[in-house]
Design a protein around this ligand. Structure first.
Ligand code: GLU
Length: 504
């Protein structure tokens, strides 16, 4: 059997990071088994439709490198891939189920449904349902005569189609993550399959599409686990072979207390969407991981390990390695705590491994102002081990672009003294008139000069760094000298000597 999986988001807003993880696991599983990854847009609920959400989903997956083999944009032989374009397909199955006495027509108005729930609550029924018992007190094709039903329909009374569940029967299926799941139909609701506007509900559309698209494995978030028994019943009723199910653990807040929500992420100050999202209703901007500065491969590596682990100590995995190692059996049952510090750590690791040239071009774009490319490459090389995001280079490397305005006080107190000033003056005089100097030459000149009277390096280096950067720490000082160039180094040393008050 060939593996066909799908990611089936509803375009009701930006794609949450949990959705990206679901897409990723589907993708990894498909690729691992030389299968097909389908992107299906579940837009049957027109009331919840949000402008721009569908293209957001496409763009987010593209940025993350999770490219669908089939979908609205990618095309494929099982289309259309948007449920609103498949409308005509669903009703026939609802009709088939009615004809086979596995579904029925219900005319109850919202008021009647409310009254039923109230009655049940008063009778102390904890979980009021439309089920094998209560449906016999409602207005539906099980309690009305065929003639009455036909008349009501002819008069234009709105109606829905509900599944007719057995009164007391165990529904069982084996979830590839959670093991055997057994639910008794006595605890289930006769869910609506077809709404009064003729549109299918999620349940009907979902299983018809999964069947028609020959989906072999349904891999989705745990929030859909309660719907799975109903889906299993529908497969049985329609006589279709059901797919395998794998329900993924929830993403939890960093403290493990409850589901990771946009509210929680906002409060803690980290993104929850892959890309920037402007809510069309409120115009509110939510920052994305991309715009925050995360590299897509770092983001994927981080996400892959939220709820799955191949075992062992290794943490850095390329997409190809993830594909190679991925298995549904190694997905955890327990929720995965979201740790933004870990995401940052991944970004640092991936940043370090990027070439100086690549980082320089991003850095130059961010900087916006003209800067010499070779200088940008050197700056990127000097800073890439010291920052979390490329954008941090602008702050961390501020001294490359401007003479320090102030000097770290503690270093001034401890390291700025007559000896240091004398040695800096001497070093500056060796640099004067030079066009350029590379880091090895700079080290050489400084070492040889200090060796003349055996001045220890430690007596001069902190003062030199202070004069050039204003700071106590930073990237390799000789690299800084190479990047700034001899003339700038001399001018900064002179400025520091003229500005900083000498300690005795
Ligand atoms: N449309 C559902 C969602 O928004 C799909 C759930 C499923 O994968 O079955 O997540």
């Amino acid at each position: 059997m060939s593996v066909r999986v799908r990611f089936a988001p509803s375009p009701t807003g930006a794609l949450h990071i949990g959705g990206v993880r679901t897409a990723l696991y589907n993708y990894l599983f498909a690729k691992k088994h030389n299968g097909t990854f389908v992107l299906r847009i579940e837009d049957t609920d027109q009331n919840r439709f949000v402008d721009g959400a569908e293209s957001y989903i496409e763009n987010a997956l593209e940025w993350a490198g999770i490219s669908p083999d089939e979908g609205v944009k990618a095309g494929g032989g099982y289309g259309p891939y948007k449920q609103s374009e498949r409308k005509v397909r669903y009703k026939a199955f609802a009709d088939q189920l009615i004809a086979e006495d596995k579904a029925y027509i219900a005319f109850d108005t919202p008021e009647e449904l409310d009254a039923m729930r109230e009655r049940l609550k008063e009778a102390r029924v904890a979980n009021p349902q439309y089920n094998a018992i209560t449906r016999m007190q409602m207005r539906n094709s099980l309690t009305l005569s065929a003639e009455e039903v036909d008349n009501l329909i002819a008069e234009g009374h709105p109606y829905v189609v509900r599944i007719k569940l057995p009164r007391n029967e165990d529904v069982r299926f084996k979830d590839l993550v959670r093991g055997w799941v057994v639910v008794n139909t006595a605890t289930m609701d006769d869910k609506v399959l077809l709404k009064s506007d003729g549109m299918p509900t999620y349940h009907l559309a979902n299983i018809v599409d999964d069947h028609q698209m020959e989906i072999s494995h349904v891999i989705r978030g745990e929030e859909w686990l309660p719907s799975a028994p109903l889906h299993v019943m529908l497969y049985e009723y329609l006589g279709w072979e059901k797919p395998e199910f794998a329900h993924l653990p929830l993403l939890l807040k960093p403290d493990g207390n409850g589901k990771l929500s946009k509210r929680a992420a906002d409060k803690l100050g980290f993104p929850i969407f892959p890309l920037n999202w402007v809510d069309p209703a409120t115009n509110e901007l939510s920052k994305g991981f991309k715009e925050e500065g995360y590299l897509s491969d770092a983001f994927i590596n981080f996400l892959a390990l939220l709820g799955w682990n191949p075992g062992g100590e290794k943490e850095i995995f390329s997409m190809d390695e993830l594909i190679e190692l991925f298995s549904l059996e190694k997905i955890n049952k327990a929720g995965a705590k979201f740790d933004i510090e870990k995401a940052k750590w991944f970004n640092e690791q991936y940043l370090k491994s990027r070439s100086d040239e690549e980082l320089a071009s991003e850095f130059m774009t961010l900087l916006g102002e003209g800067i010499d490319e070779s200088k940008a490459i050197s700056i990127a090389g000097a800073l890439k081990e010291r920052v979390t995001f490329v954008k941090d280079m602008i702050v961390a490397g501020g001294f490359f672009f401007a003479t320090p305005e102030s000097y770290d006080e503690k270093t001034v107190r401890k390291k700025w003294n007559q000896l240091a000033v004398d040695k800096l003056t001497g070093f500056a005089s060796h640099l004067k008139g030079l066009e350029q100097i590379d880091r090895e030459e700079a080290r050489d000149v400084l070492m040889r000069y200090l060796a003349e009277d055996e001045t220890p390096l430690g007596r001069v280096m902190p003062a030199l760094r202070l004069a050039l950067t204003g700071q106590a720490g930073g990237p390799d000082l000789m690299a800084i000298i190479e990047i700034l160039g001899p003339a700038e180094v001399v001018s900064r040393i002179e400025r520091a000597i003229g500005t900083i008050t000498l300690n005795d």
